[in-house]
Design a protein around this ligand. Structure first.
Ligand SMILES: Cc1cc2nc3c(=O)[nH]c(=O)nc-3n(C[C@H](O)[C@H](O)[C@H](O)COP(=O)(O)OP(=O)(O)OC[C@H]3O[C@@H](n4cnc5c(N)ncnc54)[C@H](O)[C@@H]3O)c2cc1C
Length: 393
C-alpha cells in the first residue's frame, strides 16, 4: 500500500517556537491526576459532552510520556502531579521529534504563511512565502497547494504572537462561513489599581495557601501581587469566570484555615487596635495583613465580626485581563458547532483542526499541551480514515 506524503507548512523560520517557550518553565507536558478529574479540566462553549474522554483515551497522559520516552526523553511526575522531562527542557525533545518526522519523509516548508483557503469546488491553499521576513510583496512570494487530499490546520491561539501563532488565521476562515468566537487571553494575569502606598509594601509578594472565588467558581493556591495587579495559579484558574462578569471581582479568603467563630474567639479579649491585633492573633502574612488593613481602614471597620467577615471574603475589583500577547494561552477559536466529532469542518470533510485554535481552554498544569496532542492525534486519525474511505490510502 502506498504511504501518505506529508507536507508541513509554518509561517516561522522553524517549528515549535511556543513549545520551546513552554520549555522555559520546564515543559509541563501533562498531569498525573486520575482521568475522572483530568477530563473536567477542559471547557468551551457548546463543547460536546465527553469528547475529551474519547480523545484523552486515544492519546492519554501516559502516552505522551511513552512518546517522549520513545524519543529518548524520560519524564517524571512532580509532587504536584505535573509531568516534566527529567531535563526540564523542550529543545532536546523538539529536536528529536523533528528528526523523527524528517526520517519519516515529512517535508518541512518554513516561512510559508497560509493566507487563504479555497474549498469549493477544489481545495486550494494559498501561502505567502518568506512572510516571516520583511519581504517585498511580489508574485514570487505567492505559492499555492492545489487539491491536497486532506489538510490539518493547527495554527495555534493568539498568545505570544512572537512565536508565530498570532491568531491572524481567524480572517481566513470567515469567508468559509466558520464561526470563530474571538480569541481572548486565558491563563493570564489580571489588572487592578493598587494604591501607591500599599503597593510599596506588597509588590512582588505572594499570597500563599489562599482560596478565592469568582462568579461561583473556586480555586486554591497562590496569588502573586504585581505592580499591575495579580498573577498566579488562582487567577489563571478563575479567568473564565472573571471574563463572564460584567464587573469582575475576585473574592479572596485570606485565612482559609480558620472559620469565623474561631477567628472571633481569638479576638475576644481585644479592646483596642483591632486591625493591628489581627496580624498576630490570626497569624496573617505581612501582605495579607496589609491588604486587610487597607480595606478595613477604608471601610471604617471597628468590630471583630466585620473584620472577620472581611478577611474571609476579601473583594478585589479587577480592571481586566493582561494583554493577550502575554497570556499563556487563549480561549475562543473555531466554534464546536462547525466541527464534526472527527474534528473536520462541517461541510468540508477534508479539512481538520487541532490544538489551541479550537474553542476550548484548560488551566496550566500540562493540560494545554496534552489537549493539543490529543486533538492532534484525533485529527490525524480522522484524516487517515477519510483518505482510506476515498481510496487514497
Ligand atoms: C509562556 C508559555 C508557557 C507555556 N507553558 C506550558 C506548559 O508548561 N505546559 C502546557 O501544557 N502548555 C504550556 N503552554 C501552552 C502551550 O505551549 C500551547 O497551548 C501549545 O503550544 C499550543 O499548541 P498549538 O499546536 O495549538 O499551537 P502553537 O504551538 O502556537 O503552534 C501554532 C503554529 O502555527 C503557525 N502558524 C500560525 N498561523 C499560521 C499561518 N497563517 N500560516 C502558517 N503557519 C501559521 C505558528 O507559526 C506556529 O508554529 C505555554 C505557553 C506559553 C506562551
Amino acid at each position: 500500500m502506498q504511504g501518505v506524503k506529508v507536507d508541513l507548512y509554518d509561517a516561522m523560520p522553524s517549528v515549535g517556537r511556543k513549545f520551546l517557550v513552554a520549555g522555559r518553565g520546564g515543559l509541563n507536558l501533562t498531569h498525573g491526576e486520575p482521568m475522572e478529574t483530568f477530563r473536567t479540566r477542559y471547557r468551551g462553549p457548546e463543547m460536546p459532552e465527553d469528547c475529551w474522554v474519547d480523545w484523552l483515551t486515544d492519546f492519554s497522559p501516559q502516552e505522551i510520556r511513552n512518546w517522549a520516552s520513545g524519543l529518548g526523553i524520560e519524564t517524571f511526575q512532580a509532587s504536584s502531579g505535573r509531568v516534566y522531562p527529567k531535563e526540564m527542557k523542550a529543545a532536546p525533545l523538539l529536536r528529536r521529534w523533528v528528526d523523527r518526522l524528517r526520517g519519516l519523509q515529512v517535508r518541512f516548508h518554513m516561512l510559508h504563511r497560509l493566507c487563504k483557503i479555497e474549498h469549493d469546488p477544489l481545495l486550494r491553499l494559498h501561502f505567502k512565502k518568506n512572510a516571516g521576513k520583511d519581504s517585498a510583496e511580489n508574485m514570487l512570494d505567492l505559492f499555492y497547494v492545489d487539491s491536497p487530499d486532506a489538510v490539518i490546520l493547527a495554527l495555534g491561539g493568539a498568545s505570544w504572537p512572537i512565536t508565530g501563532s498570532n491568531g491572524a488565521w481567524t480572517s481566513l476562515l470567515d469567508h468559509l462561513g466558520v464561526n470563530v468566537p474571538p480569541l481572548v487571553a486565558a491563563n493570564c494575569g489580571w489588572e487592578l489599581d493598587w494604591p501607591a502606598d500599599l503597593l510599596d509594601k506588597i509588590e512582588g509578594l505572594p499570597l500563599k495557601n489562599c482560596r478565592a472565588s469568582a462568579d461561583g467558581e473556586y480555586a486554591s493556591g497562590e496569588l502573586m501581587i504585581t505592580r499591575y495587579g495579580l498573577e498566579g495559579g488562582i487567577i489563571y484558574t478563575l479567568g473564565a469566570a472573571l471574563r463572564r462578569m460584567q464587573e469582575p471581582v475576585i473574592e479572596i479568603d485570606l485565612k482559609p484555615s480558620a472559620e469565623i467563630p474561631e477567628l472571633l474567639r481569638k479576638m475576644e479579649s481585644v479592646k483596642r487596635n483591632l486591625i493591628a491585633e489581627s496580624r498576630t492573633r490570626w497569624r496573617l502574612s505581612e501582605q495579607a495583613h496589609a491588604l486587610l488593613a487597607w480595606q478595613a481602614e477604608m471601610r471604617g471597620i471597628e468590630d471583630p465580626a466585620h473584620l472577620a467577615e472581611l478577611v474571609k471574603h476579601f473583594p478585589l475589583s479587577l480592571r481586566g485581563p493582561r494583554p493577550i500577547a502575554e497570556a499563556i494561552s487563549s480561549a475562543g477559536g473555531i466554534a464546536w458547532r462547525d466541527l464534526t466529532k472527527s474534528l473536520s469542518l462541517q461541510g468540508a470533510p477534508a479539512i481538520f483542526f487541532a490544538g489551541e485554535m479550537i474553542d476550548w481552554e484548560a488551566p496550566t498544569g500540562g493540560y494545554l499541551i496534552q489537549g493539543c496532542f490529543a486533538t492532534g492525534r484525533r485529527a490525524a486519525r480522522s484524516a487517515m480514515d477519510y483518505l482510506r474511505q476515498k481510496g487514497l490510502y
